[in-house]
Design a protein around this ligand. Structure first.
Ligand code: ADP
Ligand code: ZN
Ligand code: ZN
Length: 683
C-alpha cells in the first residue's frame, strides 16, 4: 500500500482545493486520476469532489489529512482539456474551481450519497433500452443546393486547419442553418478520413424558441446520434445526454449556454447561432459568456468555431473588421419565394395613435386581414399598463420593496412587480385619497390585445408573452397554432421575435420601441437594433407565393434617429461602424476591458461604503476604478444595490489585479453580499 495525496476541488465558495489522503495498492489498476470524481469528508458532511491533482507532497502533514472515502471509477475521468477549460473559466471569471467544475456536470455525478453513481448509471441503462425503440423518427431530408455565398462559407470553414473564428454574417432567412449543417458535415468527413472521431457542438440562445433547429439537425444527420442539453431537461435526461457526449456516443450536441462546459472528448467544431444574443451570458453565480468560452475552447483544441448572426455583437464585428475573425457574408434570402421586407417608419408626432396604434398601421393590418395573411405586432412590454396612477392626488403604484412600479395585469386582476414578484389585488380606490377613478398609464401587450379585439372583433388574435405562456408547453402550442394558420394577428414581446419562420406572415408592426434610445446602458441601442432586425426578419419568409409585398412598420417619435435610418435601409454594417466609432471615442468595450463589483445591503450607505473601501484597498496602476454608484434599479425586494466599475485598456493588467484584490477584499471579512462580474454586460 502506498499513500497518495489528492488535491480535490469541492463546490464551496472557499477559493482553494483541498488535500486528502488516499491509500492505493500498487497492484490494482484503480489508481486515482486527475479528472475523476471522489467522495470525501468535508467538515461534518460528506461531499462529492473532483480530483485536480495527484501528488506526494502537501503543506498539510499527512497524519492530519483526512482519507478519501471513495474513488468513483465508474465514470471515465474528465479529459485534461476539459479540466483546463474549467480552470481557465474559474481563473478568468474569478471563481473557485469547484464552483465551476462541479455544477457543470449532472447532479447524479456529484451526489455525495454512497453508491449514487452506480444507481444513476443503472437507471439510465434501463431507460436507454426503452428509448431505443422510438429514436430518430425524423425523416431524412435532402439538403438544398447551396447558393454561392453559402458554399463559399462552408468551404472556408471546412478548409480551416487549427483554430479559426468564422463570423457568418447573414441576414435573417439567408440560410445560415444550412451553412452550419453542411460545415458540420464537411468537418466531420474530413476528420473521419484522417481516422479520427468528430463531435460537433451547436449552441443556441434558447432551445424552446428554436424547436425547428433540433428537427433540422436530426433530419440532416439521420444516422448520427444527436443529443440536447438545456435547463428544461429532467435530471435523468440531462445525465443521459451529458454521458452520451462524455463517452463520445453522441456525435452532435445541441444546447444552450450551459452546454459550452459539456465534456466532449472528440470535439472538432463549435457553432454558435445568434452569437449576439444576451442569453449566452449567465447572469448569476459564474457569470460567464458562453460565446467567449466557446472561442477559448476552440483555440485550446485548435479547431474552427463559427459565430452566426444577422446582427453580430459589436465586439465580434470589430474583431472581423480587424481581421481577428474571418467574415463570410450571406446577403440574400435563400429560399426561392422569400423576399426582403420593406421597412417603413410611422411618425407618431404626425399620426395620432389611439390606444398605441397609428392609423397607417391599422390600415396595413386591415389589408392583411382582408387578404387572409398574418400580421405580427411587437411590443416589448408585458402586462396591461406599466403603472397605475391617481389623477386627484398623484399617487402612483410604486412597489414598496423595489425602486420600480407595480405593473397592472388586468386579466389576472393584479398589480405585479416584475422585479420582486410582489402581487397585490388591484386597489378599488386610491390608497391615499380614496379616489375611485384610478388610471392605467402607458400600455403593455394586454391592453393592446384588448383594443385589437374591439377593433377587429372577427379576427383571430393571439398574445404570446411570459404571462400568456406560464404553463409548461403552452408557448409551443401557441406557436404551432400560428404555424397552422389559426391566428390572424399575433401580438407579443421579444418571445415572438426569435427563430420562428411563419409562412403567411407579411406584416410586422413595432409599437413604440423608443425608450431604449435613451437608456443609460450603452449597449441598449445595439440590442434594440438587433431585436428590430430580428423581428423584421419574421416577415416575408414566403411572401412572393402570396403575391404580396411584406412590410415592417415601426411607430416612433424619432423617425430621424440614425438607428431607425439604418434599420430602414437594413444597414447593419453602417450602424455597426457608427457604434464602433462611438465606443472608441467614449472608451468603451471592446476598446477597454471592464469588471464590475456589486454590493448589496439593507442600507445603501453600507453598500457604498463597502465599495469605497474596495476602491481604496490596493494600488491599481493601469486600472481606473470609478466611484461607487447606486444601481439603476437601486432597491429590489428591500435590498439596496450599488456597483463599482473597473476599467483598463489591458485585459492582462486587469486580470492580474483582480485576483489579489479579491483576496484582500475577502480578508476584510465584510458580511455584505458582493459579487464580481468580468466583462459585464448590464452596467
Ligand atoms: P437563417 O438562419 O439565416 O435566418 P434559415 O437557415 O432559417 O435562415 O433559412 C431560411 C430558409 O431558406 C429556410 O426555409 C431554408 O430551408 C431555406 N434555404 C436555406 N438554404 C437554401 C438553399 N440553398 N436553397 C433553397 N432554400 C434554402
Ligand atoms: Zn389619490
Ligand atoms: Zn418589487
Amino acid at each position: 500500500m502506498h499513500n497518495r495525496i489528492l488535491q480535490v476541488a469541492i463546490d464551496t465558495p472557499l477559493d482553494t482545493t483541498f488535500d486528502y489522503r488516499c491509500s492505493v495498492s500498487e497492484v490494482t489498476s484503480e489508481q486515482p486520476h486527475r479528472g475523476q470524481f471522489v467522495r470525501v469528508p468535508f467538515g461534518k458532511r460528506e461531499v462529492a469532489g473532483l480530483i485536480v491533482g495527484v501528488t506526494e507532497h502537501s503543506d498539510v502533514p499527512i497524519e492530519k489529512m483526512r482519507d478519501v472515502i471513495e474513488l468513483r471509477h465508474q465514470l471515465s475521468p474528465l479529459s485534461q482539456q476539459w479540466m483546463e477549460l474549467c480552470e481557465f473559466a474559474a481563473d478568468y471569471y474569478q471563481r473557485p474551481l469547484g464552483e465551476v467544475a462541479l455544477p457543470a456536470v449532472p447532479k447524479a455525478l456529484r451526489d455525495a450519497k454512497p453508491g449514487a453513481i452506480d444507481r444513476a448509471l443503472k437507471k439510465i441503462a434501463t431507460q436507454a433500452a426503452s428509448i431505443q425503440t422510438h429514436a430518430s423518427e425524423v425523416a431524412a431530408t435532402a439538403a438544398p443546393v447551396l447558393n454561392t455565398e453559402q458554399q463559399y462559407a462552408v468551404d472556408a470553414i471546412a478548409a480551416t486547419t487549427g483554430y479559426a473564428c468564422h463570423l457568418l454574417f447573414g441576414i435573417t432567412g439567408s440560410g445560415k442553418t444550412q451553412v452550419y449543417l453542411q460545415a458540420a458535415k464537411a468537418v466531420r468527413e474530413k476528420t473521419i478520413a484522417l481516422g479520427e472521431r468528430a463531435q460537433v457542438l451547436i449552441l443556441v440562445p434558447e432551445i424552446n424558441l428554436t424547436p425547428q433547429l433540433e428537427d433540422q439537425v436530426r433530419a440532416a444527420f439521420p444516422s448520427l446520434h444527436v443529443v440536447t442539453l438545456h435547463s428544461q431537461l429532467s435530471e435523468g435526461e440531462r445525465l443521459r445526454h451529458w454521458l452520451a457526449a462524455h463517452e463520445a456516443q453522441a456525435d452532435i450536441l445541441l444546447g444552450t449556454r450551459l452546454a459550452v462546459l459539456a465534456s466532449m472528448p472528440h470535439l472538432k467544431l463549435i457553432i454558435i447561432d445568434e452569437e449576439h444574443d444576451a442569453s449566452y451570458k449567465q447572469q448569476e453565480g459564474l457569470r460567464y459568456s458562453a460565446r467567449d468560452l466557446a472561442i477559448w475552447r476552440a483555440r485550446q483544441l485548435a479547431i474552427p468555431v463559427v459565430l452566426g448572426s444577422a446582427t453580430p455583437s459589436i465586439e465580434s464585428w470589430h474583431h472581423a473588421e480587424t481581421g481577428k475573425y474571418q467574415r463570410h457574408a450571406l446577403t440574400q434570402r435563400a429560399a426561392a419565394l422569400a423576399t426582403v421586407p420593406r421597412v417603413g417608419l410611422i411618425d407618431t408626432e404626425r399620426e395620432k395613435a389611439t390606444e398605441g396604434l397609428c392609423p397607417s398601421l391599422l390600415n396595413a393590418l386591415r389589408e392583411r386581414l382582408a387578404r387572409g395573411e398574418q400580421s405580427l405586432l411587437f411590443l416589448n412590454r408585458r402586462g396591461y399598463a406599466p403603472v397605475m396612477h391617481c389623477d386627484a392626488c398623484g399617487w402612483i403604484s410604486n412597489c414598496r420593496r423595489c425602486t420600480a412600479f407595480m405593473v397592472l395585469h388586468k386579466p389576472e386582476r393584479r398589480l405585479r412587480c416584475h422585479h420582486c414578484s410582489l402581487e397585490l389585488r388591484i386597489p378599488s380606490s386610491c390608497p391615499t385619497c380614496g379616489n375611485v377613478d384610478l388610471q392605467p398609464l402607458g400600455r403593455g401587450t394586454q391592453r393592446v390585445e384588448e383594443h385589437l379585439h374591439t377593433l377587429f372583433p372577427d379576427a383571430r388574435i393571439l398574445r404570446i408573452d411570459a404571462d400568456s405562456t406560464r404553463r409548461k408547453g403552452s408557448a409551443q402550442e401557441a406557436f404551432e397554432a400560428v404555424h397552422r394558420g389559426e391566428v390572424d394577428i399575433l401580438l407579443g414581446t421579444q418571445m415572438v421575435a426569435k427563430g420562428h419562420d411563419f409562412q403567411r406572415l407579411t406584416l410586422v408592426g413595432v409599437i413604440n420601441p423608443d425608450t431604449a434610445l435613451f437608456s443609460q446602458d450603452y449597449r441598449a441601442s445595439e440590442r434594440l437594433f438587433a431585436q428590430l432586425m430580428q423581428v423584421a426578419g419574421r416577415a416575408g419568409r414566403a411572401a412572393s407565393s402570396l403575391g404580396s409585398v411584406s412590410e415592417v412598420l415601426v411607430q416612433t417619435r424619432y423617425p430621424q434617429h440614425p438607428l431607425y435610418r439604418a434599420l430602414m435601409n437594413q444597414d447593419y454594417t453602417g450602424f455597426a461602424a457608427s457604434v464602433v466609432e462611438e465606443r472608441r471615442s467614449a472608451g468603451l468595450p471592446p476598446f477597454v476591458f471592464q469588471a464590475l463589483l456589486r454590493a448589496e445591503a439593507k442600507l445603501l450607505a453600507s453598500a457604498l461604503e463597502f465599495l469605497n473601501t474596495a476602491k481604496e484597498l490596493m494600488p491599481h496602476e493601469g486600472i481606473i476604478i470609478n466611484d461607487p454608484v447606486p444601481m439603476t434599479i437601486t432597491r429590489v425586494a428591500g435590498v439596496e444595490r450599488a456597483q463599482l466599475l473597473l476599467e483598463s485598456s489591458s485585459r492582462v493588467v486587469l486580470q492580474a489585479f483582480l485576483k489579489p484584490w479579491l483576496h484582500a477584499l475577502r480578508d476584510t471579512k465584510s458580511r455584505l453580499r458582493w459579487s464580481l462580474e468580468v466583462d459585464p454586460v448590464d452596467i
